[in-house]
Write a protein that binds this ligand. Structure first.
Ligand SMILES: *Cc1c(COP(=O)(O)O)cnc(C)c1O
Length: 385
């Protein structure tokens, strides 16, 4: 674009859209073609093929995402985990070491714990809120530090600026999984992170109908991640690219609503009899509040809480809720509820879960964009004391 718009909402709608429009189409058409003709004499003889993530649909998305993420480059992948694994493998090789935040998204945790060792890559775990403890875990072979903007399911926020400073001081790649915040609530690359990844399955697409991932960041690192993706095969299908591009256009509007609804629901739950601890970084009572206020533009759409009756009361509430579906995943327009001890954290032993502060009765809510009064009324009716 000749003049890049500066407002994020405008960027989401307009950035990276083809100029001139293709056959006049106002919405980017789907190029559902696995391969493309060579350009002919004098034209580019670049191989264009879906697995190489370089069809017109990939190119338009990458251009939009680079603007939205305020990054040098961006790339889409077949899933959030394709983005996580390609980003890690773009930086790490046999003999290297990575520092990862505890807790980590379950899939990332499993990849770091079970797959990286097979490749000769070691890791250590750090607490995001205690930067003074990180140096003790450094090794001469440490190459990367990996955190999450808002962690699952207790919604902790690490000392984000300290991650960037620490990585610079020690020559590490600073990487962040920004899925729970989305670039509307936090722009990691503008804050100095070298790599940001997101599961676009969640807020970026927002309509619970595709699985996709994003890698954004320094051009050299994104290029290396693209090469890994090409070899591992995790490219996004053009039709899913089309849906993601459509979803992105309303991201800022949706996130504003998720932020507002989650705060309303968290405030209601905090007041409601029968409800124990409420975890939401937007609540002044939250130990994460000061950090979240310092770093984030909004506190996000995820809320978790405990019911006084434990797991039994939670399941009884699930049975009475009308609007929310009981389902894993998050970030869509509709409200979803789960008990992490039976879904995302089912793989941990009861002792590990207790250590992580995840009780059997903990309920996680992905707050949708419905009318807040309807959600509050539904939860109020479903909670019995
Ligand atoms: C869902 C999720 C992922 C993995 O994304 P998929 O699209 O399911 O592969 C990674 N990180 C976080 C924080 C997630 O919530």
């Amino acid at each position: 674009m000749a003049h890049e718009p500066r407002g994020l909402t405008t960027q989401l709608v307009h950035a990276g859209e083809p100029i001139p429009r293709i056959a006049g189409a106002v919405a980017m058409p789907v190029f559902q073609s696995s391969t493309f003709e060579f350009g002919g004499p004098g034209a580019s003889s670049e191989v264009r093929y879906i697995r190489l993530s370089n069809t017109p649909n990939h190119a338009a998305l990458a251009a939009k995402l680079a603007v939205v993420e305020a990054s040098e480059a961006a790339l889409v992948a077949a899933s959030g985990m394709a983005a996580v694994s390609a980003a890690m493998l773009a930086v790490l090789k046999a003999g290297d070491h990575i520092l990862v935040q505890d807790p980590l998204y379950g899939g990332t945790h499993a990849f770091v714990r079970h797959d990286l060792p097979d490749l000769g890559i070691e890791h250590d775990v750090v607490r995001g809120d205690l930067p003074e403890t990180w140096k003790a875990k450094l090794r001469p072979t440490t190459r990367m530090i990996w955190v999450e903007t808002i962690a699952n399911p207790l919604l902790q926020v690490p000392e984000l600026d300290a991650v960037v400073t620490f990585a610079r001081e020690h020559g590490l790649v600073a990487a962040i999984d920004n899925t729970f915040a989305s670039p509307v609530n936090y722009r990691p690359c503008a804050a100095g992170f070298d790599l940001a990844i997101e599961s676009a399955t969640k807020y970026l697409n927002g309509h619970t109908d595709i699985v996709a991932g994003v890698i954004a960041g320094r051009a050299d690192l994104v290029e290396r991640a693209a090469l890994k993706l090409k070899h591992l095969g995790g490219s996004l299908d053009p039709h899913a690219c089309f849906l993601l591009q459509r979803g992105l256009k309303t991201l800022a509007l949706r996130i504003a609503r998720h932020n507002a609804n989650a705060l309303t629901l968290a405030e209601f739950l905090e007041r409601r009899d029968g409800v124990g601890r409420v975890h939401y970084p937007g609540l002044p009572s939250s130990p994460e509040h000061a950090r979240a206020k310092r770093y984030l533009q909004g506190f996000g759409g995820m809320v978790s809480f405990e019911l006084e009756g434990g797991a039994e009361a939670a399941d009884a509430m699930f049975a009475r809720l009308v609007l929310p579906a009981v389902a894993p995943s998050l970030g869509g327009v509709e409200t979803l509820v789960t008990r992490p001890s039976t879904t995302s954290h089912a793989g941990l032993s009861p002792t590990e879960r207790a250590g992580a502060g995840i009780t059997d009765g903990l309920v996680r809510v992905s707050v949708g964009i419905e009318d807040a009064e309807d959600l509050v009324e539904d939860f109020d009716r479903a909670i019995r004391i």
